[in-house]
Design a binder for this molecule. Structure first.
Ligand code: HMG
Ligand code: MG
Length: 296
């Protein structure tokens, strides 16, 4: 018994672009975000308040937030207190914090141990909840770490529980380097559903080894009905060596709709969104649905 409908969370403007080395014009990013909203995306990670020295691509975050589309849960990623303070200076009402289960990864990504990150974020999350923010917690390296290898399920469940205890609204559980198998996907998501039955849980798969679609199917069977994806399959964390793009929005939507699972996303408009961003990218878009739409 698979879900009848699924919510797609578009992460293209954030995860999709953060790894692009040359700066993409802010107007192009805005047009990309607007097209994704036009395609029916109701939840999107649009940018991140991170150090411009670490991720120069996101240096226009304040401007992106300023002109975000209406009628969409526009989420801004924040790694630390400074990022949260920046978010508080805007009128945005949704943030995503991010922490790696693996300590080595967290150090490379945020320059803090996992414990230090949690100690910094926990009181901030409580404050954000007090201000009626929607808070998402992205759990990186939930399956494998590029530095430490296999990550234990118990550690993932423990970190998710800590976030639940401080009142986050949603967990986005990530396979950062695209190494999980469908068995692992089913196992972890089943346990998460059992342990946190009332929590909104999204699955965030990178497609490094082309297992993301199989992992999504396994997660659906575990009762997951929220999926992060990136138009054109863009994406990758600059501090996770070997990681490639997120699973492609258009391919996930195509699969789900063919299976009779409703997404409320207009595929042709996703293609139009990709057309907006594609000329600004250093890589070619080679996802299945987009190729077919362009070349027949
Ligand atoms: P740090 O060097 O330890 O920072 O970096 P610091 O606290 O020592 O401060 C140093 C300087 O950075 C100071 O400026 C701060 O003001 C500034 P200075 O005095 O030198 O001029 N600073 C900031 N500036 C802007 N925004 C901020 C901020 N914080 C400090 N928030 C830091 C620590 C967290 C800043 C850095 O490591 C960083 O920015 N990391 C972000 C890395 C990143 O964006 N990774 C990708 C997103 S996560 C991801 O993709 C995974 C995900 O998709 C799930 C998955 O797939 O796994 C979510
Ligand atoms: Mg990611």
């Amino acid at each position: 018994n698979l879900p009848e409908r699924v919510t797609m969370i578009e992460v293209g403007p954030r995860d999709g672009l953060q790894n692009e080395h040359h700066f993409i014009d802010t107007e192009i990013k805005k047009a990309f975000i607007q097209k994704l909203a036009d395609a029916g995306m109701k939840e999107m990670e649009i940018t991140s308040f991170v150090s411009p020295k670490w991720v120069p691509q996101m240096q226009d975050a304040a401007e992106i937030v300023q002109s975000r589309p209406s009628g969409v849960r526009n989420i801004v990623l924040v790694p630390n207190r400074k990022g949260i303070e920046q978010a508080l200076e805007t009128s945005c009402k949704s943030v995503a914090v991010f922490v790696g289960v693996s300590n080595s990864f967290n150090k490379k990504n945020i320059n803090r141990s996992t414990l230090e990150s949690m100690a910094e974020l926990q009181p901030m999350i409580a404050e954000l909840k007090g201000k009626n923010f929607f808070v998402r917690a992205c759990i990186s390296t939930s399956f494998y770490c590029p530095y430490e290898g296999k990550v234990s399920e118990a550690d993932v469940l423990g970190l998710c529980q800590e976030f639940a205890d401080v009142g986050v609204d949603e967990l986005s559980v990530a396979d950062t380097i695209g190494m999980a198998t469908p068995f692992e996907s089913f196992s972890l998501f089943s346990k998460l559903k059992e342990r946190l039955p009332d929590m909104m849980i999204a699955a965030h798969f990178h497609d490094t080894r082309r297992l993301a679609m199989a992992n999504i199917y396994a997660a659906l069977q575990a009762g997951i009905d929220r999926f992060d994806a990136s138009a054109g399959g863009l994406g990758g964390c600059p501090f996770a060596p070997g990681a490639t793009g997120n699973v492609a929005t258009e391919d996930v939507v195509y699969m789900l709709e063919r299976m009779g699972i409703e997404t409320c996303i207009d595929l042709e408009k996703i293609v139009e969104a990709i057309d907006v961003i594609a000329p600004a990218l250093s890589r070619k878009i080679e996802t299945g649905y987009y190729q077919l739409a362009k070349n027949g």
